[in-house]
Structures are given as structure tokens and as C-alpha cells.
Ligand binder design. Structure first.
Ligand SMILES: Nc1ncnc2c1ncn2[C@@H]1O[C@H](COP(=O)(O)OP(=O)(O)O)[C@@H](O)[C@H]1O
Ligand SMILES: O=P(O)(O)OC[C@H]1O[C@](O)(COP(=O)(O)O)[C@@H](O)[C@@H]1O
Ligand SMILES: [Mg+2]
Length: 542
């Protein structure tokens, strides 16, 4: 694949693992990589966001003792050291006063040795490097700052939850309320009910630490959620009318796009409102961050359905167990639930097309497993094989209120096809058990480790907003929490990399067919996806 220099020098690839040829930092400076690894992730391009001088000035002005700082202008100015910084209220309100952070005096932090994050701390996006590789992309490290831009008395915060459910939403709500109160002495927090449309169509709830004290023990969202209904102007009007100056938005890729629109409108109006996004998705499809909260809980819960299907399948002659799990465009839940289980014979995900008939197809493999083992267990993500289901059902494409494509039931479709094939074509009796635990895996409270994760997310968001950052999403990057520009997490979707090692591990574990007859084919397909994504981004960015 070839990229012309003019394209490469004005646009930069955000993810080194999906860079086919070039990696550019500053316009005009080009780093060529011999690495031609191709990823199944869609690759997108964005304008360079290198810390330019104004950001450097602000970053350094934020330093406690600039003379003692480890950094130097050169260091940050290096072409290969890129910091993708988040906006700050002072970008459009330069005269905003700052105050000493009250955290130092709080009960929790009184004896902490290093209360505040060094303002020059950044988190590396890629931690696998070679000796001579460029230092690459970094994000600002999350955590409390020496200076804050709100007094506790002036804060009026709100929390809203949007999109689908996932375990842990209530923990995040709780910890934002408790974090604001216990760390910063903020009393005024309100809940927006029913997602974005709740800003302009519903009454708010007063969220005190007492009100939220045990909500983390329940699944779902205490504030309710919805799809659709994002009207930026009405939402920001409402934010202004209610005197809200910190907005915490919990939601997935769609929600974060909405948060970016709110931030931009706030900036346009020049009002002092910090907008913080907390990424939420059961599908784990949000780019940049390590993993979304509640994902592990969901994978764990999926084990119950898979185990039940296994018990049913192995207790009968020619038992076929099929479990359908969530995963609209990304098969992470199905992949991890399969890897975590070990009884699964085959995992089907949206990223990996499969076929039924002929050599190397699913029917052949099912028959082989029935002969070898007496039963077979299949886990499939709801987004897998949608093109076949649509063809067969001659269905038209429906969308939900947010514009997401509504999926056809691939579980029922596959169940029927396997039954028909073995009964009518192979003249074999099979015992089919189909389990669809779809909502059960996301409508539960989060487990202990997700609760810890949710607490970190909430507290990091609170520290960021109090420090005046805005238009950011918080999340772990290589296990360290960072403030990430919202656009960065919405421009691409995280999908299972078919040419990566994790999918290979799954194939090695289940020993299922890869459904790829020619590995060159898949490389070319992934390559084409990459080129298409680049073309789309170029068109969108012009
Ligand atoms: N491109 C967008 N711009 C503004 N708001 C959006 C956008 N996409 C989705 N939203 C809003 O975000 C909310 C949640 O989106 P949805 O796709 O349903 O869930 P998720 O955030 O979990 O992906 C909805 O209220 C929807 O209107
Ligand atoms: O039926 P609902 O509530 O729209 O949710 C179903 C969809 O939500 C998802 O869980 C993803 O939701 P998000 O966009 O909120 O992350 C998909 O896996 C699933 O297809
Ligand atoms: Mg989504």
C-alpha cells in the first residue's frame, strides 16, 4: 500500500500498531516504519495534535516549580514525542482565577507523600518499542493538580448516563458524588434522568452521598438512560439555565460524540463549564483505553450461560449448545468469554466472516466435533454473520433512536440452519440447546475489580474537572489513568484484530477453523479496510 507524501505529511496515524507505512508527527517530518503489520481495526487519520507552543506554555505554567521540572521545551518539542493534550477552560477563558487544591487538607490525602500529579507526567500510548523507535503518542496523566479552577462552593455538578447498560454505572455515579464531596467539599450535585433528553424534558435529582450510598449494589443505572434525544443547543441552554458548571457524562461511543458536541458548544458560548466523559460500553469497543468498566463482570457472567449450554450439550447424544452474547460490531465479549471457558469448540464474531457449507466450513467442523466428542459448543456474538441473516430473512435495515443498526437474531438463524442441515442433509439426529443470555450479562452489579476500576475512573474525572480540564475522556492507557481528548476515543472503534495474537490464541485454544482459505486474502481484506478508512477520513477531514 502506498501513501503519497502529501497525505502523509499533513495527517498522522494515531495508532502505531495499525500503521501500514508511515508515521508522521509534525507536518513535513516523516518517520518511515518498516513495520507493515495490518490491523483489522479501522484506521483513521486526524490533524496533528502535537503539543504546540501554547500548550507547552500552559503545561509549564502549571508546573509547581518550573525550575525543578524534569522536562524541557526541547523534550516536548521533539518531533517524535507527541502529547495529545486535552482542552482547558483557560483556553477560552484566559483570565479564570485558580485556587490552591483543597485536597491537601482533606482527611484522605493529608498524609499522602505526593498528593499531586506532576503536571509534566504523561502516559505512553504504546509501550512496546524498539531501541530506535520514535517515542510516540502520549496522554496527560490523570490525577489531582496543585491548582484548581473551582471553589467547592461554586461547583454545581451534574451526572448523566446514556446508551446501553453495563455493570458498574451506579458505582461510577456513586463515586463521582462521593469524590466531589469527600475530596473537594462539593455539596451540589444533580442527576439528569433518562439520558441526554433528560436535560430538557425531565426533573433533576439531588444526589447526596446519602442518596447514592448503596446504589453500587444494584445493576443498571440509578439515573435511567436512553438512546437518541441529543439536542446540543437545548442541552447547553439547560446547563446554563440551571447554573451547572461541571458535566459528567457516562456513556459509549455515541455518548462521547454527544459530549464532544456539548464541549464545543460550551466553548463557543465561552461559559465556564467543564465537560468530562467517562467511557462506558459493554462491547469494549472504545478506542485507546485498555478496557471498559463492567466488561470483566459481563465476561464472568457469560460463563454461567456457557456452562449451562455445555452441561445440556454433553448430557445428550449429539448435543449442540449455542450461546449468543452481546457484541454489535466487536466480538470481545464472545472472544474473552470463550478464552475464559475452555469448553467452547467454536467462537464466531462480527470481525471474522464464517461460512457454513463445504470444506473448512462450520457444518463440517460441527460434524467432526460430534463424531470426536459427542457434543459441540458454539459461542457467537450477536453481530456475527449479519450479512447472511439479512440475505436469508430479506430484512431491511432498521435503526434504534441513536442511529445504531438493529441486529437480526443470528442465534436463531444459526440454530435453525444447523438443525436443518443435520436433519435433512446429513440425516442425523442432533439435540440443539440455544441459550440467549443477552441482557443478563449486562444487567448485573459490577464485581469487585470493576468496582475498583469505576472508583478510579470517577475520581480521575473529578480531579480533571476541578483542575479545569474539559472536553476529555478519562481511562486507563497501559494501566495508568489518563485524560484523553474526546475526539480521540470516538474517531475509531476498537475491534478484534484478526491478524493479532489474541485471536490466534483463541484459534489455538478452540482449534476451530479460521474460515480463511487463504491467509493472503485476509491480509488483503484488512489492507483494503485500512485504505478505505484512510480515504473516508481524508474526505471527512477536508
Ligand atoms: N454523533 C453523535 N452526536 C451527538 N450525539 C450522539 C451521537 N451519536 C449518539 N449520540 C447520542 O448519544 C447517546 C447514546 O448513544 P448510543 O449510540 O445509543 O449509545 P452509546 O453511547 O453507548 O454508544 C444518545 O442519546 C444519542 O443521541
Ligand atoms: O437493546 P439495547 O438496549 O439497545 O442494547 C443492545 C445493544 O447494546 C450493546 O450492548 C452496546 O451498547 P452501547 O452502544 O451502549 O455500548 C450491544 O452489544 C447491543 O447490541
Ligand atoms: Mg455504542
Amino acid at each position: 500500500m502506498e501513501l503519497s507524501l502529501s497525505i502523509a505529511s499533513s495527517l498522522r496515524f494515531p495508532q502505531t500498531d495499525s500503521i501500514p507505512l508511515h508515521y508522521c508527527s509534525l507536518p513535513g517530518s516523516l518517520h518511515a516504519f518498516s513495520n507493515s503489520n495490518l490491523a483489522s481495526k479501522s484506521v483513521s487519520l486526524r490533524r496533528p495534535l502535537i503539543w504546540r507552543q501554547p500548550r507547552l506554555v500552559r503545561l509549564r505554567a502549571e508546573s509547581v516549580t518550573p525550575t525543578e521540572s524534569n522536562g524541557s521545551v526541547d523534550k516536548y518539542g521533539d518531533d517524535d514525542f507527541i502529547v495529545e493534550d486535552v482542552p482547558h477552560l483557560t483556553d477560552f477563558l484566559p483570565d479564570l482565577p485558580s485556587y490552591p487544591n483543597p485536597l491537601k487538607r482533606s482527611q484522605a490525602y493529608a498524609i499522602v507523600k505526593e498528593t499531586f500529579v506532576n503536571p509534566e507526567d504523561v502516559v505512553a500510548k504504546d509501550i512496546i518499542v524498539q531501541k530506535d523507535s520514535p517515542r510516540g503518542v502520549h496522554f496527560r496523566r490523570a490525577g489531582p493538580r496543585e491548582k484548581v479552577f473551582f471553589t467547592p462552593e461554586e461547583v454545581r455538578a451534574c451526572i448523566v448516563t446514556c446508551g446501553g447498560l453495563c455493570p458498574g454505572i451506579n458505582t461510577v455515579i456513586r463515586e463521582i458524588v462521593c469524590g466531589l464531596k469527600n475530596m473537594y467539599g462539593v455539596d451540589d450535585v444533580i442527576g439528569i434522568q433518562g439520558g441526554y433528553r433528560g436535560f430538557y424534558s425531565k426533573n433533576t435529582l439531588n444526589l447526596t452521598t446519602k442518596v447514592v450510598t448503596d446504589i453500587h449494589k444494584r445493576g443498571g443505572t440509578f439515573l435511567q438512560t436512553s438512546r437518541g434525544g441529543h439536542d446540543t443547543k437545548k442541552i447547553v441552554d439547560n446547563i446554563q439555565d440551571r447554573g451547572i458548571n461541571q458535566v459528567y457524562i457516562i456513556g459509549g461511543d455515541g455518548t462521547q460524540k454527544g459530549a464532544a458536541a456539548i464541549y464545543k458548544e460550551v466553548e463557543k458560548r465561552g461559559i465556564k463549564v467543564a465537560v468530562a466523559g467517562i467511557p462506558k460500553t459493554i462491547d469494549n469497543d472504545i478506542a485507546v483505553i485498555d478496557k471498559s468498566f463492567g466488561f470483566d463482570t459481563a465476561v464472568e457472567e457469560a460463563q454461567r450461560a456457557i456452562n449451562a449450554a455445555h452441561v445440556e450439550a454433553e448430557s445428550m447424544e449429539n448435543g449442540v449448545g449455542i450461546v449468543k452474547l452481546m457484541g454489535r460490531y466487536s466480538g470481545f465479549i464472545a472472544m474473552l468469554a470463550t478464552l475464559g471457558n475452555r469448553d467452547v469448540d467454536c467462537c464466531l464474531i462480527p470481525e471474522s466472516p464464517f461460512f457454513l457449507e463445504g470444506p473448512g466450513g462450520l457444518y463440517e467442523y460441527v460434524e467432526q466435533r460430534l463424531k470426536e466428542n459427542g457434543h459441540v459448543l458454539i459461542v457467537l456474538a450477536e453481530g456475527a454473520g449479519q450479512e447472511y441473516v439479512a440475505q436469508n430473512m430479506q430484512a431491511f435495515q432498521e435503526k434504534d433512536a441513536s442511529g445504531n443498526r438493529l441486529l437480526l437474531d443470528v442465534g436463531l438463524w444459526l440454530t435453525q440452519h444447523i438443525k436443518d442441515h443435520f436433519t435433512n442433509v446429513r440425516k442425523m439426529t442432533i439435540n440443539m440447546k440455544y441459550i440467549d443470555p443477552t441482557y443478563m450479562i449486562r444487567a448485573i452489579p459490577s464485581n469487585a475489580s470493576d468496582n475498583i476500576y469505576c472508583t478510579l475512573l470517577a475520581q480521575s474525572a473529578v480531579h480533571g474537572a476541578m483542575a479545569g480540564f474539559t472536553g476529555f475522556t478519562v481511562g486507563p492507557v497501559n494501566s495508568r489513568h489518563a485524560y484523553i481528548p474526546i475526539d480521540r476515543v470516538t474517531e475509531t472503534t476498537n475491534t478484534v484484530n484478526l491478524t493479532g495474537r489474541m485471536w490466534a490464541r483463541l484459534l489455538a485454544s478452540t482449534n476451530q477453523p479460521s474460515f480463511i482459505q487463504d491467509s493472503q486474502d485476509v491480509r488483503e481484506r484488512v489492507d483494503k479496510q485500512t485504505i478505505d478508512a484512510i480515504h473516508n477520513m481524508i474526505i471527512n477531514s477536508t
